[in-house]
Design a protein around this ligand. Structure first.
Ligand SMILES: [Zn+2]
Length: 85
């Protein structure tokens, strides 16, 4: 999921064949296979870029200056978000 300003911008199902770049205002997100990362950003702290590649559900990369959140969300076969109890 890609969020900016508390709004869901994109929700992409990741597969082994995913190869996609999403350009946001200030951030470039790259989806590659079942991984995602903020590849480029023009913010000053670069914390989002240094977070690196996300590979597991529950991981997230956040760009506070641009209010961008990139997160991997686990989905089970029924399409309902996985819940850990
Ligand atoms: Zn950033």
């Amino acid at each position: 999921e890609v969020w900016q300003n508390d709004t869901l911008i994109e929700r992409v199902q990741l597969t082994d064949a995913t190869d996609r770049t999403i350009k946001l205002d200030g951030n470039t997100i790259v989806l590659s296979g079942k991984t995602a990362k903020i590849a480029d950003a023009d913010c000053r702290d670069q914390v989002c870029v240094r977070t690196g590649i996300l590979t597991h559900a529950g991981q997230a990369a956040v760009c506070l200056p641009h209010r961008v959140v990139l997160k991997l969300v686990g989905v089970n076969d029924s399409g309902i978000d996985a819940v850990v109890s």
